[in-house]
Write a protein that binds this ligand. Structure first.
Ligand SMILES: Nc1nc2c(ncn2[C@@H]2O[C@H](COP(=O)(O)OP(=O)(O)OP(=O)(O)O)[C@@H](O)[C@H]2O)c(=O)[nH]1
Ligand SMILES: [Mg+2]
Length: 304
């Protein structure tokens, strides 16, 4: 394991504080956020990123808790980011209620952080990406992202992961609903958690049927679990560890490239805003589309 900033080094407390501050700055957005991420990108990193998604209350946090000892034994250090796009409205209050996990007994090799979007220009998905890049650079070997599987923003968050596990329950796991929420396309593994509840068999059949409709030769597997007592969790972890091991490495460079593109895009927008705010931005009154084309042409001319 790396003895650098993050996981379990001598300066662990300071490193953690720095990490927490960096992530807060990332959430707040602006040039500082980008600068932090750019610095992180200069460090080598090799973290795996696991996404855990699914409807509210499916047992995502409980499952992460149950997976942690396995993940720690395998990776040595695990960072958990609980991402809740709705918390941008509530300032994180809702998420606070939702996090029912106690990580303290796992000592210093676990880092937990809930993420809210407090003005990051690219939104919470970009803030999450930046945080993943920072955790990766700080030497955390596995980053788990928990988010609700309900909307486009959440899909964007899950697109950051190397592999995604979708958590459903007997009863909810109706294939139509899972398809509707776009969940069946996202998952590399499917978990039917709360397997102690009635309807497991029916839910497994429906889910497997709907996964067989996916345009892939090798549909993802379904794992029954009871997160609260650990049943099925070792089997799930084995499958996840294998999936992560075989994950295409392209995803990591994609996470890094996205940060570079964002930097360039922000610079371009800043320059354009400055151009628009200049004392007399040249405009043509004819038609809106000509007006826009004319503006752009003059903007690019001025940049040369
Ligand atoms: N019976 C049963 N209850 C479970 C199981 N897993 C989790 N729960 C309970 O389900 C409730 C929700 O669990 P969480 O782990 O908070 O679920 P979550 O998906 O993280 O919830 P949100 O983050 O709010 O969407 C809690 O009361 C858990 O104790 C399970 O396997 N069986
Ligand atoms: Mg949760």
């Amino acid at each position: 394991m790396s003895d650098s900033a993050g996981a379990g080094g001598v300066d662990d407390f300071t490193a953690r504080r720095t990490l927490a501050k960096s992530i807060s700055a990332i959430e707040s957005g602006g040039p500082e956020a980008l600068a932090i991420e750019q610095t992180a990108l200069e460090q080598p990193g090799s973290a795996h990123v696991l996404g855990i998604t699914g409807p509210p209350g499916a047992g995502k946090s409980s499952l992460i808790s149950a997976l942690l000892p396995h993940a720690l034994a395998h990776y040595g250090s695990v960072a958990v980011l609980a991402v809740d796009p709705s918390s941008s409205v509530t300032g994180g209050a809702l998420l606070g209620d939702r996090v029912r996990m106690d990580y303290r007994h796992f000592d210093q090799k676990v880092f937990f952080r809930s993420m809210a979007s407090r003005g990051h220009q690219g939104g919470i998905a970009a803030a999450t990406r930046a945080s993943v890049n920072v955790l990766d650079a700080a030497g955390w070997s596995l980053v788990i992202i928990e988010t609700l599987g309900i909307g486009q923003v959440e899909l964007d968050v899950m697109a950051l992961a190397d592999r995604v596990a979708v958590v459903l329950n007997p009863g909810w796991g109706d294939s139509f609903q899972a398809n509707k929420a776009g969940l069946t396309e996202q998952g590399d593994a499917f978990v039917l958690n709360k397997a102690d509840r009635p309807g497991l068999e029916q839910a497994t059949i429906l889910l497997e049927q709907s996964l067989q409709c996916l345009p892939t030769a090798d549909p993802p597997s379904v794992f029954p679990t009871v997160a609260t007592d650990g049943e099925g969790v070792p089997e799930l972890w084995q499958a996840l560890a294998r999936l992560l091991q075989d994950a295409p490495r392209a995803q990591r460079s994609r996470r890094r490239s996205a940060a570079v593109w964002e930097g360039a895009r922000n610079q371009l927008l800043q320059d354009f805003d400055a151009f628009l705010a200049s004392p007399d931005p040249p405009t043509k009154a004819d038609s809106p589309s000509e007006n826009a084309a004319d503006l752009l042409q003059r903007f690019y001319q001025r940049q040369d």
